[in-house]
Design a protein around this ligand. Structure first.
Ligand SMILES: Cc1cc2nc3c(=O)[nH]c(=O)nc-3n(C[C@H](O)[C@H](O)[C@H](O)COP(=O)(O)OP(=O)(O)OC[C@H]3O[C@@H](n4cnc5c(N)ncnc54)[C@H](O)[C@@H]3O)c2cc1C
Length: 380
């Protein structure tokens, strides 16, 4: 019995598993990575099948299962093939801030197409000189009649170049505000008013971009402001709460991926005349991995459950899972490589790629240090 997963959620989990078994292939992932191409077709399919929508509310076409819905689907996507599951979920995780703070018109215009798998979202908050310290962002949003003029630059935007809309954090008078930059805005501005630049090669998630956006007097209608002006930083930090939970789900999925492959290999691989699982050191490693997974899974489900209940404790828990599940995922994938021996180091086995992909989960949407700062602030 599972105290958190209802029968509906178990059915969704089984449906995602079935989809992954049919549609996700490691060779396809490697081919996309080599071309640095986003899996747009698969993204469209998970939209059509309601996998993206599981956690979104019904008024924008979702199924209304909230954070638990997102956690179950993202865990299962990443359990099958972490790099692909991460890329697919990174198509909609950046849209959470618009879903939480957008008005009815904005949610209908941007979030419904995300739920349907037609729109890929992006969020641009990090700047060259402001990463953890987002409050020091310098990008300017200057008010002019019925629009804003945006000047400045953002770095590391996931999905830069192919996203259908970006949520940007900018300095508006004294405070920080959020504004949506969509394709209409991009296309209606004269060339030269923005640039999207590649930031070069990176360690993992190579089917997604992590680009630089540069703005020169980019004109954005005032209607595109998200939520309350001057409350941009608070909205980003609060809006990231669900993001942190779902990123932990990416990491939990990768833990399961590693563990399941390690068990399979240990049963099959013979050395000294017996399967290596018969060596107590290997068996104990697998037990440690299993226990870590169960600890992370329980903490993550509890966190999603608190978030869905709008319990104020969820803020602390979302930082706790963002801190601990990625660390454990990195550890488990490292141990998996050891259990696979030399084979674990080879690309075709998928584990070294999964380790490189999952490494970012302890950095983006707030590093482990920043999560500890947030937890300490609540505790003491
Ligand atoms: C692949 C990738 C995808 C990304 N996607 C996005 C995206 O879509 N949108 C976006 O806006 N950004 C994105 N980012 C940026 C990411 O969120 C930042 O890199 C991250 O928040 C850390 O900021 P920083 O890199 O500037 O590091 P810094 O803030 O410079 O931190 C460096 C080190 O100092 C520590 N540190 C800093 N301040 C403190 C403190 N007060 N207390 C203790 N330790 C501290 C940090 O924990 C870290 O160890 C992405 C980054 C990457 C690499």
């Amino acid at each position: 019995m599972d105290p958190y997963l209802t029968n509906d959620l178990k059915d969704i989990e089984a449906a995602v598993r079935e989809f992954c078994a049919k549609e996700m292939e490691q060779e396809h992932l490697h081919e996309l990575e080599d071309r640095h191409a986003y899996p747009r077709e698969l993204y469209r399919k998970i939209g059509d099948l309601g996998i993206i929508g599981a956690g979104f509310s019904e008024d924008v076409g979702g199924s209304g299962y909230g954070a638990m819905g997102h956690v179950v689907t993202v865990t299962e996507l990443c359990r099958n093939l972490p790099g692909m599951g991460m890329a697919l979920s990174l198509g909609y995780i950046p849209g959470f801030v618009v879903d939480v703070y957008g008005n009815d018109v904005q949610r209908e215009k941007y979030i419904r197409p995300v739920v349907e798998g037609r729109y890929v979202s992006a969020i641009s908050v990090t700047e060259p000189d402001s990463g953890s310290d987002l409050g020091s962002a310098k990008t300017r949003m200057d008010e002019k009649d019925d629009h804003y003029l945006v000047n400045g630059s953002k770095v590391f935007t996931t999905n830069a170049g192919y996203a259908d809309f970006y949520t940007l954090l900018g300095r508006d008078g004294g405070g920080l505000s959020l504004i949506i930059i969509d394709k209409d805005v991009m296309e209606s501005n004269a060339p030269g008013h923005f640039e999207i630049n590649d930031l070069g090669r990176k360690m993992g998630i190579n089917t997604t971009t992590s680009g630089e956006l540069v703005f020169y007097d980019l004109r954005i209608p005032k209607d595109n402001v998200l939520g309350q002006r001057g409350k941009g930083l608070k909205m980003v930090l609060d809006g990231f709460e669900l993001g942190r939970i779902v990123i932990a789900a990416q990491a939990l999925g990768a833990m399961l991926y590693g563990y399941e492959r390690a068990v399979k290999h240990a049963k099959k691989r013979n050395q000294f005349g017996r399967p290596i699982i018969k060596f107590q050191s290997i068996e104990h490693d697998l037990v440690d991995m299993y226990v870590e997974i169960e600890k992370c899974r329980s903490l993550l489900y509890k966190t999603a459950w608190l978030y869905d209940l709008k319990d104020p404790e969820s803020k602390k828990y979302s930082s706790m899972v963002k801190l601990t599940v990625p660390q454990n995922a990195i550890d488990i994938l490292n141990r998996t490589i050891d259990i696979l021996g030399g084979y674990g180091y080879m690309r075709d086995q998928g584990i070294e790629g999964a380790l490189r992909d999952i490494r970012i989960t302890s950095i983006y949407e707030g590093t482990g240090h920043m999560q500890k700062n947030a937890i300490a602030k609540i505790l003491f």
